[in-house]
Design a protein around this ligand. Structure first.
Ligand SMILES: [Zn+2]
Length: 633
């Protein structure tokens, strides 16, 4: 080992030492230089303009005995600048060896750089410029942030364990050594071995039934960014819902899931009619266990969905419209960096609402848009001003911090305001062409603004305050206003609840008289100083606290905290133990932590301690930071 390497070792954390392989002096110098040049731009260490993966083949052995995947990641690479080092992102992976070559493999040297708590570490692989295949042998570890390994009792059937991954934003590197930047698109294939009686599924061409060997082969022929590589393994069944769509779930849920998503084929047709042909052949949904931290995740060909969407009345299917819309915005045309996240989400919320309008009419679509606006207002009051800009600056921060209503709802209102300015027909033509012109590419905010100016604003001689919308905080004054008569009525009911002769009328109301979104608006518009006695009365009539609809329950619990309405606590505790969706967990825990009743904080700590093993690592981390924020004050 040469001097330079020794010097290098002295500044590397212990964890890197464990993995540091011996290198000859020449490699050592070059690798050391690289280590010093690490840049955190793009939330990835890889330098894809020098050397990039074009195709990835995975060999994965899924072990439920020790919750570990043993794998080989075979990268077919394109060496654009004749470099002698390939760089991949890894986090909490155990690298066993690295080889080069396709049919005849030869071991090569590698070095793991310093581990950053957000980005993980760079894996530097020594190559000569003729190398086309780099094979990384590895296994996942207990700290893997992408995986949720569920014990059988946390599944619907309670007999089989379950595994699913979540790659967005930068968690794929915790289960695959990969160039983990949305800027690079790759095709992939995989051979996955799981125990017999389990079905494995990926964001790829999928099997529809189990086989006797537990070995499955996958192909994803359309190029995608690494955050969209996904895996789920469990006791799963498939039900077709049309010519190119269907749903997977545990057998216990399959009837309910098929009934809830019965309009799936119509949704795909509506989306295609709006913005052009669906590019991914098949569109399926998998209903995951309750711990899934999101409503849905747009993994291509296989949307991951939260079981809280199954309400029995199809009132939350807009989430499916959202994930489907991502097949265009996000998956087909992708944000080049996480600072441009609104390009993925703002477009998708806009598109989602248009699908809902096509299927269920303008009244329903407007209700959804008004509800979103209420949420945007709440967010504007609760986050840093700097983070209310569409174009974000997330360097040195976790890109997950950009996942707020700003990207989603401010982004969508920007597009709605543009639509109202130029007219729907012109805007739709523009969007259709935008998706066509940028299919299977990535875009920065600036690329989009140039394109917008050239293809929509200039030709129509429209001036628009684009810069203010994108680069300034808050919501510009010209933001379009969307009204809903039905929500106005329910607001009126909320404001007068419990008052005089209206009380008699109120007692006759049934929950089925109004939709989920109307009840959400009702709760949001109850007088802010409402007392526990009135809340008890409302529960006696409408039983919000146990109603089974997670959107309504979440709103109700949020309002109840701080009002001393302790009767709802057992129901809330049950809810927080069962559901791991961040949309509900975060605001409820935040309110408990901020409540002026000390006992609410103690309750939050107690519930979290008992529930955290039911949450995905992403949710565990997020709630931990909410609770510790208070402890450190
Ligand atoms: Zn989305």
């Amino acid at each position: 080992m040469n001097i330079l390497l020794k010097a290098l070792l002295s500044v590397l954390p212990i964890i890197s030492l464990l993995f540091l392989q011996s290198c000859d002096s020449n490699d050592g110098i070059k690798l050391a230089e690289k280590l010093q040049q690490i840049k955190h731009s793009q939330h990835s260490y890889s330098k894809i303009k020098e050397l990039r993966t074009t195709h990835l083949h995975l060999e994965l052995d899924v072990n439920f005995d020790n919750n570990t995947i043993y794998g080989v990641a075979r990268h077919k690479v394109e060496n654009l600048k004749n470099v002698d080092t390939a760089i991949f992102d890894i986090k909490y992976l155990n690298i066993q060896k690295v080889t080069v070559g396709q049919h005849k493999e030869k071991e090569t040297d590698y070095v793991i750089g310093k581990t950053d708590s957000i980005l993980g570490a760079p894996l530097f692989v020594s190559i000569d410029s003729t190398v086309e295949y780099i094979n990384i042998y590895y296994n996942t570890t207990e700290q893997c942030e992408a995986f949720d390994w569920l014990k059988p009792e946390l599944t619907e059937g309670k007999e089989h364990p379950f595994l699913y991954s979540q790659g967005q934003t930068i968690l794929t590197r915790t289960w695959i050594p990969v160039q983990d930047t949305p800027e690079n698109r790759i095709t992939y294939s995989a051979d996955v071995k799981v125990p017999k009686d389990y079905l494995a599924l990926m964001s790829a061409e999928n099997p529809t039934s189990k086989n006797a060997t537990g070995e499955y082969h996958f192909e994803m022929k359309q190029p995608i960014p690494a955050y969209l590589i996904a895996l789920a393994v469990g006791n799963l069944e498939y039900r077709s819902l049309g010519t190119n769509c269907g749903v997977y779930s545990e057998p216990e849920l399959i009837d309910k899931a098929a009934s809830e998503f019965v309009d799936l084929e119509k949704m795909i047709h509506a989306a295609e009619k709006l913005y052009g042909a669906y590019s991914w052949e098949q569109y399926d949904i998998i209903v995951l266990p309750y711990s899934f931290p999101f409503g849905g995740m747009e993994n291509p060909r296989l949307t991951f969905a939260n079981p809280t969407l199954i309400t029995g009345d199809r009132s939350l299917v807009s989430v499916i419209a959202h994930e489907l819309a991502h097949s265009w915005s996000g998956n087909l045309v992708t944000n080049a960096s996480w600072n441009d996240f609104w390009l993925n989400e703002g477009f998708t919320v806009y598109f989602e609402n248009r699908i809902m309008e096509e299927l269920y009419g303008k009244e329903v679509a407007d209700i959804l848009a008004v509800i979103e606006y209420q949420e945007l207002r709440r967010t504007l009051n609760s986050i840093e001003k700097e983070d209310t800009k569409l174009k974000l600056n997330l360097s040195e921060r976790s890109p997950d911090e950009g996942m707020t209503d700003i990207a989603y709802i401010k982004g969508a209102y920007f597009l709605r305001t543009l639509e109202a300015t130029v007219g729907r027909q012109k805007f739709d033509n523009f969007l259709r062409k935008y998706f066509q012109d940028h299919a299977f590419t990535t875009l920065t905010t600036e690329d989009f603004l140039v394109y917008l100016d050239k293809n929509l604003l200039k030709p129509n001689k429209v001036t628009f305050n684009t810069t203010e919308w994108v680069y300034q905080a808050g919501v510009p004054i010209n933001c379009i206003n969307i009204d809903s008569k039905r929500l106005d009525e329910i607001e009126d009911l909320a404001k007068n609840v419990g008052k005089g002769k209206k009380l008699k009328e109120f007692k006759k109301i049934k929950r089925s008289d109004y939709t989920t979104q109307e009840w959400m608006s009702f709760i949001r518009n109850l007088p802010p100083g409402i007392d526990a006695k009135t809340m008890k009365l409302i529960d006696q009539v409408l039983d919000f606290k146990n109603c089974g609809n997670s959107e309504i329950m979440c709103e109700w619990y949020m309002l109840s905290i701080n009002r001393g309405y302790t009767l709802m606590r057992p129901s809330m505790e049950k809810f927080l133990n069962k559901v791991g969706r961040l949309k509900y967990l975060e605001p409820i825990y935040e309110r408990l932590v901020d409540s002026h009743y000390e006992s609410d904080y103690d309750l939050a700590v107690r519930i979290f301690n008992s529930a955290k093993s039911n949450y995905h690592p992403i949710a565990q981390k997020s709630i931990e930071s909410i609770i510790y924020k208070k402890q450190s004050l």
